[in-house]
Design a protein around this ligand. Structure first.
Ligand code: HEM
Length: 404
């Protein structure tokens, strides 16, 4: 049998893609003792787990996996309760609300950040832009104080560390649980004020939203905001950094996008496939199920390796190449539940923020390319990716000639 590098090993963290390949070929389904989870890696199996309408694959695992940091969110809910609750928040993230409420905020936040370095000719895009832009957009949208950016960034990275605590480090777990308390102390008074004096922000919308006469409690709104910061901050942060890392590694594709900005969608879609921000998502089985790699018993946790499925050579030609022009990835569907990559999952829990992420990337990347027409990697710099649960470039140091 081929050697399968362990998910918790440094070897895996250095190059998960090589390990995924071995898994897909020789261990497409296996039990991981330390993680107490089955692991699946093929596109067809992960797709099936995500698309399943909760007859077999549920999100019941989130009761222990995310409840301690976020509280009860739409991720844990199922069936009609999930549909009703999701419908309270989904309209804000698409169509007219997205255009009218978010776009001006997105444009302004991108400009504010780029203004801090547009004259400098050199910048680390991760530190100066990617880790700030998505979370600032969400903070602004909710009507929170962006001056508290350091707090938000600390909270969401601590939450993500909790979720990615695959080896069960007690300190990481304790820090995650503390974050829940700190975030509640910060948010609950703001939610209560907003109920008395609503504004035109998303938090006020959430306070007033109603489906079937149901409103959200303060605790529910706090949990949702906590999810938004982590699910919308960490992910879009990693996606923007990875998009630039991928384009800088392929100068001809960077030049094409620089010339024709409508290609940003393709660059984003291919980045989500090639280097997804979220590498693994767990599900729980309600019944025994047979997959391409074998049979999983009922009541088991299953780790679905998105990072592997998106590189499955039986699904994508030349799967290990970054190619924004590939024909087997539809960039028009890439941000909808009809996506033919798995970076946003699929099915009932398909990312509710996918169109927001797309709008942020379109605007942010467009403005960055405008401010840095000749951007290139800083001399001698290499790009290192970090992370196992979520993954992205640690730094993207670039140089450019400032525009007039
Ligand atoms: C769900 C990824 C951006 C909010 C998800 C899921 C994934 C994902 C994989 C499914 C989780 C599961 O099925 O267990 C991403 C990626 C993003 C991104 C890769 C950026 C490139 C955003 C943004 C927001 C957001 C900007 C903020 C609005 C959510 C929420 C859910 C979700 C609230 C839960 C949906 C549900 O349970 O019905 N996301 N996300 N995401 N995402 Fe995103």
């Amino acid at each position: 049998a081929q050697h399968v590098p362990d998910i918790l090993s440094p070897e895996f963290a250095r190059d998960p893609y090589a390990a995924y390949k071995v898994m897909r070929e020789s261990a497409p389904l296996f039990w991981h003792e330390a993680m107490q989870s089955y692991v699946i890696s093929r596109y067809e199996d992960v797709e099936r787990a995500f698309k399943d309408k909760e007859s077999v694959f549920t999100t019941d695992n989130y009761d222990w996996q995310i409840e301690p940091v976020h509280g009860r969110t739409i991720l844990q809910l199922s069936g009609r309760e999930h549909a009703v609750r999701r419908a309270l928040v989904a309209p804000a993230f698409r169509g007219k609300d997205l255009q009218e409420m978010f776009l001006p905020v997105i444009e302004r936040n991108a400009r504010e950040l780029i203004d801090t370095f547009r004259d400098r000719g050199a910048v680390d895009l991760v530190d100066a832009f990617a880790t700030r832009f998505p979370v600032n957009v969400i903070a602004d949208m909710l009507g929170l104080d962006k001056g508290d950016h350091a707090k938000f960034h600390h909270w969401y990275t601590t939450v993500i560390a909790f979720l990615g605590n695959l080896a069960g480090d007690p300190q990481v777990a304790a820090a995650g649980e503390r974050t829940r308390v700190e975030f509640a102390e910060y948010m609950i008074p703001i939610i209560q004020e907003r109920r008395k004096a609503p504004g035109d922000d998303l938090l006020s919308t959430l306070c007033e939203a109603e489906v079937d006469g149901v409103r959200m409690s303060d605790e529910d709104i706090k949990a949702f905001c906590s999810l938004l910061l982590a699910a919308g901050g960490e992910t879009t942060d990693k996606a923007i950094a990875a998009l630039f890392a991928n384009l800088l590694a392929h100068p001809e594709q960077l030049a094409a996008v620089q010339r024709d900005r409508t290609l940003i969608d393709r660059a984003f879609a291919e980045t989500l496939r090639f280097t997804p921000p979220v590498h693994m998502i767990m599900r729980q089985t309600a019944a025994e199920v047979t997959l391409s790699g074998g049979t999983v018993p009922a009541g088991a946790t299953v780790t679905c390796l998105i990072g592997s499925a998106n590189r499955d050579e039986s699904r994508y030609a030349d799967a290990d190449s970054f190619n924004i022009f590939r024909e087997d990835l539809n960039a028009t569907n890439a941000f909808s539940a009809a996506a033919d990559h798995l970076a946003f999952a699929l099915g009932r829990h398909f990312c509710v923020g996918a169109l927001l992420a797309r709008a942020e990337v379109q605007t942010g990347v467009n403005q960055l390319l405008g401010a840095m027409p000749d951007l290139r990697l800083a001399d001698g710099a290499g790009i290192t990716e970090r992370g196992v649960f979520t993954r992205g470039p640690q730094a993207v140091p670039v140089v450019f000639t400032p525009v007039g």
